[in-house]
Design a protein around this ligand. Structure first.
Ligand SMILES: [Zn+2]
Length: 266
């Protein structure tokens, strides 16, 4: 899921009062992931939380929200780890925080960063909190690859893989470059179709692809990398039409992409 989908999922969970004690967010960019976790914590603590508000649903302006944004809310404990790992004593301190009565109204929250580096010993300690979470404490674990955590830890968390902007953008760019080369080589249809097979069910990804392909075509024209300037401009127009079609929810993504591929040529 992407960040928007994560936000709406958490917002619904908070609105229905069915928040779990432990969440594990997996993603490639740890800074972005931390911002998301902070937004999650903000919503979990905001006394004016609303399912109709944007993002995770926090009001963003109350005293509690401002403290979270400034990183000085007393109810939140952040474990950053040192340069090598998250150690046993760091998890012990976190547990102490979660067991204490919250300083301010609401629950205690812990954000544990760099989950991939939590030592085995510290993970075993962490298990105690996951098995018997104190009060309505909320623990948000962040990691790059959840395989680095013990299965016993993973199985006690609600897991979300967050596909981040940067990751998705890099994937799209690579895909467009490959398809561009196939178009320049006049590769057969089936080769091009195989490349886009995964996009057929994912409107968001198809939109990213169409945008990326348009950029690729425009670069081709600007840098005069091909003699087929007219054809490249015709492709830009086709891509713009495909984008307009993709924005209509009643139009099937795979048909739009198929029609586009049959017409794109350089
Ligand atoms: Zn608020």
């Amino acid at each position: 899921m992407n960040a928007d989908q994560l936000q709406s999922r958490i917002r619904q969970t908070l609105a229905s009062g069915t928040l779990s004690h432990a969440y594990l967010l997996e993603g490639a960019e740890q800074d972005e992931l931390f911002q998301l976790a902070q937004g999650f914590a903000q919503a979990a603590l905001c006394p004016h939380f609303s399912a109709a508000a944007p993002g995770f649903g926090a009001c963003g302006i109350c005293a509690s929200c401002r403290k979270v944004a400034h990183g000085n809310h007393e109810n939140i404990h952040v474990v950053l780890g040192d340069e090598n790992s998250v150690k046993d004593e760091m998890v012990a301190q976190m547990q102490e925080h979660l067991r204490r009565k919250p300083y301010e109204d609401g629950r205690n929250v812990a954000l544990l960063c760099r989950g991939d580096t939590v030592t085995q010993r510290a993970q075993n300690r962490l298990l105690k909190t996951l098995e018997e979470p104190p009060g309505d404490a909320l623990l948000i674990l962040l990691c790059e690859n959840l395989e680095n955590l013990l299965p016993t830890v993973r199985s006690r968390c609600v897991i979300f893989h967050v596909e981040q902007e940067s990751e998705a953008a890099a994937e799209t760019e690579a895909l467009c470059a490959v398809l561009g080369e196939l178009l320049l080589k006049r590769a057969p249809y089936y080769q091009k179709a195989a490349l886009l097979a995964d996009l057929g069910k994912d409107r968001e990804a198809a939109l990213r692809f169409v945008d990326g392909m348009e950029r690729w075509m425009r670069d081709l024209v600007f840098e005069k990398k091909t003699a087929a300037q007219e054809e490249a401009l015709a492709c830009v127009r086709l891509l713009e039409e495909a984008r307009a079609d993709l924005l209509r929810p009643s139009y099937a993504v795979n048909y739009i992409l198929k029609a586009l591929l049959l017409q794109l040529s350089l």
